[in-house]
Design a protein around this ligand. Structure first.
Ligand code: APR
Ligand code: PHB
Length: 393
């Protein structure tokens, strides 16, 4: 098989890259180890930055998001038993975020690809990439029917997530990896219950962090800071509700409505960057190149910002032969990646309980929350980053 861009991974990065290339008349093939059903139902974060929303609108993916997504114009930071609103409208000149789950974006992208006559090879095995430095890089795999296949292409999109094969296929010594692992994780649930507030609440309590998000006005997405190796079996529903009530308690009457919990999972917390995001003809994008902790929900947005840069660079290459965009891909992406890493790390540090922090550090942490919620300059810094830094292209 032969295509212009071979794409490994059908997560948001790989599917969005295929979509952006298709709109520019550039051919691609996508391979994915999981089934279509699996990628369409995998529960991940669900918050789109303004730049992601705008890109979805501009590229024909706006319909369902506009109907079903929830546009938000602020968040609350809650500490000392009170919520403090950060008003995105006032602080960013009318920008905001949209609550729309990652798997809905994935469903829309798969539907768009199939409608455009493209296909996706799901449930493939034994994936490898070869000849990354040669003129014809290749992707080899076994297809769902058990046949050995090979794609020859001009370029490879390494969009196969943190545990994929693309990054490890880069020869030793080429990539520098930067990592921070946090001493906690998030226990996340989906429940048939209205969220405590129409907007997201990020709460710090002496017992740890809690986050109230949502999927619809009837479905809550709630998170609790927990141990990194937390055993989910130790968290029967009643314990989860009790802990949420305790961490969100206050004298302002905020209540947590209970409902049937229909999904539970533990999300590890890690900051990770591999640089450069390119080796030869292979371009790493999304989680294959970087991971952020979920505080601020930047993972999918970063993945989409990467492939937006890559699609522009490939477009310029095929239109004029210019390699300037491809040569600048890694630096362009990493500037935004590092600023977003900084923000995700900062939100995580400001909002979690760290067992090794003493009383001094705890007071400084509370002072930071007090400052962010009382200084317009500080609140604006949070808001600007939360709604998303500009897409570079
Ligand atoms: N061959 C083909 N596909 C693979 C392989 C492989 N060897 N290994 C992994 N994959 C697939 C995974 O099954 C997954 O569907 O690559 C896809 C990578 O998708 P994501 O993990 O969703 O990563 P990405 O597209 O970069 O999106 C980033 O996902 O992890 C979240 O929070 C993160 O929201 C962020 C977003
Ligand atoms: C979510 O709704 O899943 C979500 C929202 C905000 C975050 C993280 C996750 O910071």
């Amino acid at each position: 098989m032969r295509t212009q861009v071979g794409i490994v991974g059908a997560g948001p990065a790989g599917l969005f890259l295929a979509h952006l290339l298709q709109l520019r008349g550039i051919e691609s093939m996508v391979i994915e180890t999981r089934s279509r059903e699996y990628v369409e139902t995998r529960v991940r974060a669900g918050l789109l930055e303004q730049g992601t929303v705008d890109l979805m609108e501009r590229t024909g993916l706006g319909d369902r998001m506009r109907r079903e997504g929830l546009a938000h114009h602020g968040i609350a930071l809650r500490f000392g038993g009170r919520s403090h609103r950060i008003d995105f409208d006032a602080l960013t000149g009318g920008k905001g975020v949209t609550v729309y789950a990652q798997q809905e974006v994935v469903k829309d992208l798969i539907a768009a690809r199939l409608a455009a006559g493209g296909d996706i090879h799901f449930e493939v095995r034994d994936v490898s990439v070869a000849d990354l430095e040669g003129p014809v890089p290749r992707i080899r795999f076994t297809d769902a029917a058990g046949n050995a296949r090979e794609i020859s292409c001009d370029f490879i999109g390494g969009c196969d997530g943190f545990h994929g094969i693309c990054r490890p296929s880069v020869p030793a010594g080429v990539l520098t990896e930067f990592e921070r692992v946090y001493p906690f994780a998030w226990l996340g649930i989906l429940s048939h219950s209205p969220p405590p507030s129409e907007e997201l609440i990020y709460a710090l309590h002496p017992r740890g962090f809690a986050l109230c998000s949502m999927r619809t006005p009837e479905i809550s997405r709630l998170y609790l800071q927990c141990a990194p190796d937390e055993d989910i079996a130790q968290w029967p529903d009643e314990r989860i509700w009790e802990e949420l009530r305790a961490r969100l308690a206050g004298d302002d009457g905020l209540t947590v409505a209970e409902g049937e919990i229909f999904q539970k999972g533990v999300t590890p917390m890690r900051s990770f960057v591999a640089a450069p995001m390119r080796y030869g003809a292979m371009f790493l994008a999304g989680d294959a190149a970087h991971i952020v902790p979920p505080t601020g929900a930047k993972g999918m947005n970063l993945a989409i910002a990467d492939v937006n840069v890559l699609a522009h660079a490939l477009d310029a290459f095929y239109a004029s032969g210019s390699t300037a965009g491809l040569d600048g891909y890694s630096d362009t992406c990493l500037r935004r990646v590092w600023k977003t890493q900084r923000f995700s790390w900062w939100m995580t540090s400001m909002l979690h309980r760290f067992d090794d922090r003493g009383p001094f550090d705890e007071r400084v942490q509370l002072a930071e929350l007090d400052y962010v919620t009382s200084s317009r300059a500080a609140a604006q810094t949070l808001a600007e980053n939360y709604v998303g830094l500009p897409f570079d292209i």
